[in-house]
Design a protein around this ligand. Structure first.
Ligand code: C2E
Ligand code: CA
Ligand code: CA
Length: 547
């Protein structure tokens, strides 16, 4: 028995060892040479023994292992790292993405969202926007991202230029500048490590930026392989663990009584970006309850891309074709297991996190759209968003930016009740969205109190009749009357009508006869994984017309 078992174990070991090489495009045991900054804690740095460490370093070790490659780190000065990547002396350097860099290097997908923060001495005025810095002096890394942003301000602040980001904080500590503008994670880490007492974050997360791997321009196959490995490492949960270890450590490393204690919770916010959440809740101390834990986990899941979603298909009631689908968030919590939207959305909403979640879902929708076949008419994806988002100009800008030239494939679902909290601000945002082809759907129609005036003013492209009217349609004549009237009204204002919550064939038939345009519900199709829906669209694309 024993030898046999050992034999199996050996075979398994050999197989496991060979596995990563199976999907590796570069030759096995190639060496991945990683460049970077030797002093960019906690992302890339040399520790006291001269060993490379940090979040980026550990992530690259995992990626190399996934690809069956060896890895060697050659960290040094930042300018040098960029120059060496350009000269093809190193293969990859983790960095912020930018258009300029995009023309010099190949980029993988982003793996972090990062922010800058304004740091200053405690008691100084808080600064909510960059342009409010102009009466002051601000220390920034020469030619860094913060420098780029401040340099073009008119009027701009007085700039104190330093070589590294930690030096910017030291300049403030030594009274050489009023504020420092540095990446939030770097700022908090430096303050803790160097015990720069009295320095605190004094503003919301600013300058949202994606962070990715830049690959030397002559190795597209390596960029592709790293990109695919990033997905596997993220999906395995390993990236999440690294994130907790390296970026959570800023909080963990804090001392009791340290003035910074209250600020550590800003970090996850800073890594995801709900600037307005900070505005609203900046005075709220960290709450050790499990709800607060869940909120932190949610921020992490958004930051590391592990928050999932299902797509519920929508069907054209005349042609039977899929017109698109609705994105529904799904969270498989690492400890609690699958959570329904109702288990965490109210919490997110209460803490002002909906903007971050909604942007995340829009980003995922854009990814998904790319995986679809080209079809005419173009199927759409609907994303649920809060009316607060539409009332926030900066967020609307972000939505427009994220959708690029694919706005025509995006429908934003906003509930009627939600809109009623800020109808004017929402109405103001609509023309801007529409200029980019983005459509609006009035969700849960019939449950709110929107007046006909509002309906005319918002002129939604779609009205979604709430499922409370639909599920009971066959039993209740008054529900049927409401359905008929709503369909009529919607058509009068030029909207497409979708009935949601259709659970059976009879209701479907009745709605078709009543003139409803689109059907959605368990009886049509349950929410399914996005890949499954993409193959349904592919099958439909190749089917003869009117099938
Ligand atoms: P909703 O926008 O009205 O989404 C439809 C909900 O009805 C989904 O529940 C869906 O699974 C469920 N549903 C669909 N067909 C049927 C049916 O035939 N019968 C019944 N009983 N239910 C049906 P889910 O996924 O639990 O979402 C609940 C709500 O959570 C959504 O209601 C929406 O308000 C919110 N939500 C879900 N995903 C997101 C998201 O990504 N972002 C935001 N902001 N909100 C979301
Ligand atoms: Ca919806
Ligand atoms: Ca709904």
């Amino acid at each position: 028995m024993a030898p046999c078992k050992t034999g199996w174990a050996l075979a398994l070991l050999v197989l496991l060892h060979a596995l990563p090489a199976l999907h590796a495009s570069p030759a096995p045991r190639d060496t991945l040479v990683v460049g970077g900054d030797a002093g960019y804690a906690p992302f890339q740095m040399l520790d006291d023994d001269g060993q490379a460490s940090g979040f980026d370093v550990e992530l690259l070790r995992l990626l190399a292992r996934d690809l069956g490659m060896d890895v060697r780190f050659e960290l040094g000065g930042w300018d040098e790292a960029l120059a060496r990547l350009e000269r093809h002396e190193v293969d990859v350097v983790p960095m912020f993405t930018s258009d300029r860099r995009g023309s010099r290097f190949l980029f993988t997908r982003p793996y972090l969202l990062r922010y800058h923060g304004v740091f200053g001495r405690e008691g100084r005025p808080e600064v909510a926007r960059l342009d409010a810095l102009h009466p002051y002096t601000v220390a920034v890394q020469d030619h860094g991202r913060a420098w780029e942003a401040l340099e073009q301000l008119e009027p701009g602040p007085g700039l104190v230029l330093v070589r590294t980001e930690p030096q910017a904080l030291r300049a403030v500590a030594q009274g050489k500048a009023d504020y420092a503008l540095v990446p939030t994670g770097v700022g908090l880490h430096t303050i803790n490590r160097e015990r720069l007492r009295g320095l605190v974050p004094l503003g919301p997360p600013l300058l949202e930026q994606t962070y990715a791997l830049a690959v030397r321009s002559d190795r597209p196959e390596l960029a592709q392989a790293l990109d695919e490995a990033l997905v596997r490492v993220r999906d395995s949960g390993a990236q999440d663990r690294l994130y907790r270890h390296w970026l959570g450590q800023i909080g963990a490393a804090r001392e009791p009584g340290n003035r910074l204690a209250w600020a550590w919770w800003l970090l996850p916010v800073a890594l995801l970006g709900a600037g307005f959440a900070w505005m609203r809740h900046r005075r709220r101390p960290p709450d050790p309850s499990s709800a607060s834990r869940l909120l932190v986990d949610l921020r992490l899941a958004i930051a590391n891309g592990s928050l999932g979603y299902a797509v519920q298909p929508k069907q054209d009631l005349r042609t039977g074709l899929w017109t698109g689908g609705e994105m529904l968030v799904r969270w498989n919590h690492p400890e609690r297991g699958p959570l329904a939207p109702g288990d965490f959305l109210p919490l997110a909403e209460f803490h002002g996190e909906m903007g971050a979640l909604d942007l995340y879902m829009i980003r995922r929708a854009m990814e998904q759209l790319q995986a679809w076949p080209a079809m005419d008419p173009q199927p759409t994806l609907s994303v649920n968003i809060g009316a607060n988002d539409l009332a926030d100009r900066a967020l609307v800008d972000r939505i427009i930016e994220l959708t690029g030239d694919r706005g025509h494939a995006l429908i934003l679902e906003v509930t009627e009740t939600d809109i009623m909290h800020a109808p004017d601000l929402v109405a103001d945002a609509l023309p801007r969205l529409r200029r980019h082809g983005i459509r609006i759907s009035l969700d849960d129609f019939g449950t709110g109190h929107s007046s006909l005036t509002h309906l005319r003013r918002l002129a939604p492209e779609e009205i979604k009749i709430d499922r409370s009217f639909v599920t009971t349609a066959l039993e209740s004549s008054s529900d049927r009357a409401i359905l008929r009237a709503t369909i009529h009204l919607a058509h009068e204002v030029g909207a497409v009508v979708t009935a949601e919550g259709i659970e059976d064939e009879e209701t479907l038939r009745w709605l078709r006869e009543a003139g409803c345009d689109i059907a959605q519900g368990f009886g049509v199709c349950r929410p399914i994984p996005p890949e499954e829906f993409a193959s349904m669209l592919r099958a439909q694309g190749s089917a003869p017309p009117d099938a």
